[in-house]
Ligand binder design. Structure first.
Ligand code: ADP
Ligand code: MG
Length: 713
C-alpha cells in the first residue's frame, strides 16, 4: 500500500480494535471505548480484555489471536510492559495500522528510548505503520466514519480542517474547551513521540486528501526540517498550512563558531523555513483555528486595503493601530462611496475611514453600509465592529452581517462586543455561518494571515542557478586537498578560503600570500599602496583579536616595519607557530561593511545570512536568513527587508549600492553550502561596499565538524 493509503486507513478504518479497554469508569481504557460508542463510530468495534465478558455492551475477547474478523486499526493502551507483546500479536494478525497511546517511552529516558526502538523495529519488520507512542489518539468527524478514538471530553463539529498535535495535553486542552470556542475540524491526530509516522507523513497525506482544505499543526520539533520545508513548498500552493511552533526560546545547544552560526537561533530558522515554504506561522491556538475558519469562509484576500466600520470610537482606533501594525492600509474611501453612505447614515456619523455610524446604527444600517463599502474598488477587506448599545438587537445585527459574509466577495470580519445575554442565545440558537471574533487584535492578525498566504507565494522560488560543471569539479578538488591539511582542525586558512572563493568568481579584494620575510622584499615592490597586512591561520581565525590585521599601510617602508612589528608581537605571544601564511591586501576605502554568511542547520540544512557587518555585527543583530539554495530575486527581497538597507539604498554622502551584485554573492554562498556537504560554515565579514564597488576582504570557512559536535550527536 502506498504511504497515502496507509495513512488514510488511520482515519477511515472499517474496524477498530481496542487493546486494553477497561471496565473501570474514568480510566483511559474505559473512556476511549465510551467515546467511540457515544460518538457513533460507523465501523465495527473490537475489544481485548481477558478479565471481562463485556464492557459497555461490547463483547470482550480474551486475546487478539481469538478474533477471527479482519482488523483495520488497532489502538494499544495496555501498560508499558505489555506493549511489545500486543504489537507482536497485532503483527501476527496482520494488522498494519496501529496507534500506541501508552506512555513511558523515549520521553522518560534511556530505558524508554530502548523500548521505543524495539517497538519501531517490530513495526518495520512487519510493515506496520505506527502512530505514537505517548499520544492521545485520533478523531475523524466525517459523517461516513464518526471515529473518536481519544479520551477527551468533547468532539468538534466537522469542517474540512485537519489538525495534528505533537502534544497530547495541548490537544486535550483544545478538545475540552470546544463547546466554548466552537473550533471545528474533521481529522485530528496526536503524534506523540513520532517513533514512526511524523508530521511530514500527515502533511503529505492531507495534501492528497479531498476532505482536507486547511492543514493545522501544533509542533514542538521537526523530525526533518528540510523535508518539511520541501513538502510544504509544494503543498501550500494548493492548501494553506498553519503552524503553531512552540519552544521559541534560544536553543543555545549548537556549538557555533562563526558569526552567522552564533547569531541565528533555531527559532529564526524555523521562522524563515515556514515563511519561505508558504506556511503561515501562528502564535496561539485561537489564531490558528480562527484563521483556518477564515480561510474556509472568505475568498482570497488579494490586497491590504482595509476599511473599519464601527458604532463606537475606541475599539475602532485600537483596530486602526493593530491593522497598521499588521501591514494594512486604512484606505481612503472614494467620494462616491462617501456620498452613498452619507445619504442614509446619521448626520453626525463619520464617513471617513474608520466609518463611525454612531450607537444607533441598527442591523439594516450595518448591512447596507457593508454592502456600499465593499463595492468601492479601493477596498480589499472590512472589519465591522459592533459594541452592543441597549436600544439595538445584537442578534439581528450579527445575523445580517453573517448573511453578508456569506454572499459578499470580499472578506468581512465581524468583531462583536455584545451583552452577556447574546452569548446565551447564541449557544442555543446559533447564527448560521457567522464568523465573529471577540477582539480587534485577532481580527487584524487573521486578515494578515489571509493576506500573507497569497503574498508569500512570491517568495517560493523556482529557478536555482548553480556553478557549472568545471567550476564544481575544481571546487571539489580543492576541498578534497584541503581536507588533508586540516591537522585535526576545522578551519581553512585564508589562502585556502581565497582559492575556493576565487574559483566561484566572487569579488575578492586582490591578495598576495607569503610565508617568509625574504619573500616580502620583492613582493613589497610589486604591490600598490595603501595596503593591509594580515595573518592567515586555521587556528587564529579572529585575526584582530591577536592584533593580526594592520590596515591602511601607506608605503613600502611602513609595510616592512609593520611586518617586523607583527612578527615580534607574534613571537612574544608565542603564536608564531600557529601562523600558516601572511596576506597582503589592497586597502579598500569602503562606506559600508556587511556580513554574508551561511551554515548548515542540523534539521533544516543549509542557511544563508546577510546583514550589517564589521565590528558591530553582533550588537546590531541584523540577521536576515534564507534556506539555501536561493535565487537572486528572493535574495533581493531579503536585502530590502534588512536593517542596513536604508543605508545601502543611498544615504547622505553614501552612494547607492549595486544590490544585484550583492545578491549574486549571497546566491553563490548558498550554492557552496548546498553543493558541498563538507562545508559547515562560511563567513564573509566584512564585505566592503562603496557605491557600485563591492569587495570581500575577510573570509572564513569551517569544513568539518568540531569534536564537540561529534560527541553531541
Ligand atoms: P578579523 O579576522 O578580525 O575579522 P578582518 O580581515 O575582518 O579581520 O579585518 C578587521 C577589520 O579591518 C575589518 O572589519 C575591516 O574594517 C578592516 N579591513 C580588513 N581588510 C581590509 C581591507 N582590505 N581594506 C580596508 N579595510 C579592511
Ligand atoms: Mg572579519
Amino acid at each position: 500500500m502506498s504511504n497515502i493509503n496507509t495513512i488514510r486507513n488511520f482515519f477511515y478504518p472499517e474496524s477498530v480494535l481496542l487493546i486494553g479497554a477497561s471496565s473501570k469508569p474514568k480510566s483511559i481504557g474505559y473512556e476511549i471505548l465510551r467515546g467511540m460508542i457515544d460518538f457513533g463510530y460507523k465501523g465495527k468495534i473490537f475489544v481485548v480484555n481477558p478479565k471481562n465478558e463485556e464492557i459497555l455492551g461490547i463483547k470482550c475477547n480474551k486475546s487478539i489471536e481469538e478474533i477471527e474478523e479482519n482488523i483495520s486499526l488497532a489502538i494499544i493502551l495496555v501498560p508499558k510492559q505489555l506493549v511489545i507483546d500486543s504489537l507482536k500479536s497485532c503483527a501476527k494478525k496482520n494488522i498494519k495500522n496501529i496507534v500506541v497511546i501508552t506512555a513511558g517511552f523515549r520521553e522518560v529516558g534511556e530505558e524508554g528510548a530502548k523500548l521505543e526502538q524495539e517497538l519501531l523495529d517490530i513495526a518495520k519488520e512487519n510493515e506496520i505503520r505506527l502512530v505514537g507512542p505517548n499520544c492521545m489518539g485520533l478523531i475523524n468527524t466525517d459523517e461516513d466514519v464518526k471515529l473518536n478514538a481519544t479520551f477527551a471530553a468533547e468532539v468538534p463539529h466537522y469542517a474540512p480542517i485537519s489538525f495534528l498535535s505533537q502534544s497530547g495535553a495541548l490537544a486535550a486542552a483544545v478538545l475540552n474547551t470546544i463547546k466554548e470556542t466552537g473550533y471545528t475540524f474533521g481529522q485530528f491526530i496526536s503524534i506523540g513521540n513520532k517513533a514512526d509516522l511524523n508530521e511530514n507523513d500527515f502533511l503529505e497525506y492531507w495534501h492528497k486528501d479531498d476532505k482536507t482544505k486547511i492543514i493545522t499543526m501544533y509542533l514542538e520539533s521537526f523530525e526533518s526540517g528540510r523535508k518539511f520545508f520541501e513538502l510544504a513548498k509544494v503543498i501550500t500552493k494548493d492548501k494553506p498550512v498553519l503552524v503553531l511552533k512552540a519552544a521559541k526560546t534560544k536553543s543555545g545547544s549548537r556549538a557555533a563558531s562563526s558569526h552567522t552560526g552564533a547569531m541565528a537561533t533555531q527559532d529564526d530558522i524555523v521562522d524563515i523555513a515556514l515563511k519561505q515554504s508558504g506556511c503561515i506561522r501562528v502564535n496561539t491556538i485561537e489564531e490558528m483555528f480562527e484563521t483556518a475558519k477564515a480561510f474556509l469562509k472568505f475568498s482570497n484576500l488579494k490586497g491590504n486595503r482595509l476599511v473599519i466600520l464601527t458604532n463606537a470610537g475606541g475599539p475602532a482606533i485600537l483596530c486602526v493601530d493593530e491593522a497598521e501594525k499588521n501591514g494594512f492600509e486604512i484606505v481612503k474611501l472614494s467620494d462616491e462611496t462617501k456620498n452613498r453612505l452619507r445619504k442614509f447614515l446619521h448626520p453626525e456619523a463619520s464617513v471617513n475611514n474608520p466609518v463611525d455610524m454612531l450607537p444607533n446604527a441598527d442591523a439594516q444600517t450595518y448591512r447596507k453600509a457593508v454592502q456600499i463599502i465593499s463595492q468601492d474598488e479601493n477596498v480589499d477587506a472590512i472589519i465591522s465592529i459592533f459594541v452592543e448599545p441597549v436600544m439595538i438587537d445584537a442578534f439581528e445585527v450579527i445575523h445580517q452581517l453573517a448573511e453578508e459574509q456569506r454572499i459578499n466577495k470580499k472578506p468581512i470580519v465581524v468583531v462583536a462586543f455584545p451583552l452577556p445575554q447574546f452569548w446565551n442565545r447564541w449557544r442555543v440558537e446559533g447564527i448560521k455561518d457567522a464568523y465573529i471574533l471577540k477582539s480587534v487584535e485577532l481580527a487584524s492578525v487573521v486578515l494578515k494571515n489571509l493576506h500573507e498566504y497569497h503574498t508569500s507565494r512570491s517568495l517560493i522560488q523556482n529557478e536555482i542557478v548553480s556553478f557549472d560543471k568545471s567550476q564544481k569539479e575544481k571546487i571539489e578538488k580543492l576541498i578534497n586537498n584541503f581536507k588533508f591539511n586540516l591537522k585535526g582542525k576545522n578551519f581553512l586558512t585564508s589562502l585556502e578560503c581565497n582559492k575556493i572563493l576565487k574559483t566561484c568568481q566572487l569579488p575578492l579584494i586582490k591578495s598576495h600570500f607569503f610565508k617568509k620575510r625574504n619573500e616580502l622584499n620583492s613582493l613589497s615592490r610589486k604591490i600598490n599602496y595603501p595596503c593591509v597586512l594580515k595573518i592567515s591561520s586555521r587556528m587564529l581565525t579572529h585575526k584582530s583579536d591577536f592584533d593580526g590585521v594592520i590596515v591602511n599601510i601607506q608605503s613600502r617602508k611602513n609595510l616592512i616595519q609593520s611586518f617586523d612589528d607583527l612578527l615580534k608581537n607574534l613571537k612574544k605571544k608565542r603564536l608564531i607557530n600557529l601562523i600558516d601564511e601572511f596576506e597582503i591586501q589592497g586597502f579598500f576605502d569602503g562606506d559600508v561593511e556587511v556580513i554574508i554568511g551561511g551554515y548548515r542547520d542540523e534539521s533544516f540544512g543549509p542557511v544563508v545570512m546577510f546583514g550589517a557587518g564589521g565590528k558591530f555585527v553582533e550588537t546590531i543583530k541584523d540577521k536576515n536568513l534564507l534556506l539555501a539554495p536561493v535565487n537572486e530575486s528572493i535574495v533581493i527581497e531579503m536585502i530590502k527587508s534588512s536593517k542596513i538597507y536604508p543605508i545601502l539604498s543611498g544615504y547622505r554622502n553614501i552612494k547607492k549600492t549595486d544590490i544585484k551584485k550583492l545578491a549574486e554573492i549571497i546566491v553563490k554562498v548558498g550554492n557552496l553550502l548546498n553543493e558541498f556537504g563538507e562545508i559547515k560554515e562560511i563567513d564573509l565579514n566584512p564585505v566592503m561596499i562603496k557605491g557600485k564597488k563591492i569587495k570581500i576582504v575577510d573570509y572564513r570557512i569551517r569544513i568539518v565538524e568540531s569534536q564537540l559536535e561529534k560527541k553531541q550527536k
